[in-house]
Design a protein around this ligand. Structure first.
Ligand SMILES: Cc1cc2nc3c(=O)[nH]c(=O)nc-3n(C[C@H](O)[C@H](O)[C@H](O)COP(=O)(O)O)c2cc1C
Length: 210
């Protein structure tokens, strides 16, 4: 299957069958997450990969009782930095220098520019910016899952404050923003599986400016 065939095949799965996804496929999805582009390359988020059934049960209760939360194979929780700090920015710039094995004046100036702007902004603005970066990675995870012919359900339908509490995220300087349940569809129980995909027309979505 070509990528577009796979994107047509994927849908926001409403019922899963509990079957485990091979670890190799999970690792490929995780790699896609890590390869996502982010603003200034800061990757200002962490991803929790949950297979613990007891924990999934707890999360389901604060996620509108959506069955995929417990019937998925792996539940991914995307949690963004609660703010940008000098320490967090420096760590990522230092990592770049370590990996590339050189220091570059332009890059160091850019570091200073970020240090002189992000940490001074209010935490909510910074969290919202960080959350946008997490969503880019979340999006790649959806595509990667489809590429692996694995089903997934994007989930925003949960109480973020309650999820932060369950996972102890605020103590880690993180806030949950979105989840992705990964597993295999239960075609018999899924009301959406046979329905046509609904998308705006090209004309409605795209404006070409030549
Ligand atoms: C950020 C985000 C949050 C979503 N939250 C939920 C959710 O909590 N539960 C659910 O069943 N579907 C959820 N969806 C699925 C959307 O409703 C679905 O992607 C959309 O209707 C398009 O359908 P398709 O993905 O099947 O093509 C979410 C999708 C996105 C992108």
């Amino acid at each position: 299957m070509e990528l577009l065939d796979k994107l047509n095949w994927r849908y926001a799965t409403k019922a899963m069958n509990g079957q485990k996804v091979p670890q190799e496929k999970i690792e490929n999805i995780i790699t896609a997450i890590s390869l996502a582009p982010t603003s200034s390359g800061l990757q200002p988020f962490k991803v929790f990969v949950i297979t613990n059934q007891e924990l999934k049960e707890k999360i389901k209760k604060i996620a509108w009782n959506q069955s995929v939360v417990t019937d998925c194979s792996n539940l991914l929780v995307f949690a963004a930095w609660d703010t940008y700090t000098a320490d967090r920015i420096n760590k990522q710039f230092d990592l770049t220098n370590t990996i590339r094995e050189f220091k570059n004046e332009g890059w160091e100036n850019y570091r200073q520019m970020l240090l002189n702007s992000y940490p001074q902004k209010d935490a909510e603005t910074n969290f919202n910016h960080a959350a946008k970066q997490a969503y880019i990675a979340f999006s790649l995870a959806i595509v990667a899952a489809a590429f692996e012919e694995v089903d997934s359900t994007p989930i925003e339908g949960f109480d973020p404050a309650a999820l932060d509490e369950i996972l102890g995220l605020r103590e880690k300087g993180l806030r949950s923003c979105v989840m992705l349940a990964i597993g295999y569809r239960n075609s018999e129980k899924d009301w959406l599986v046979k329905l046509k995909k609904v998308r705006k027309s090209r004309a409605d979505l795209i404006t070409e400016i030549d």
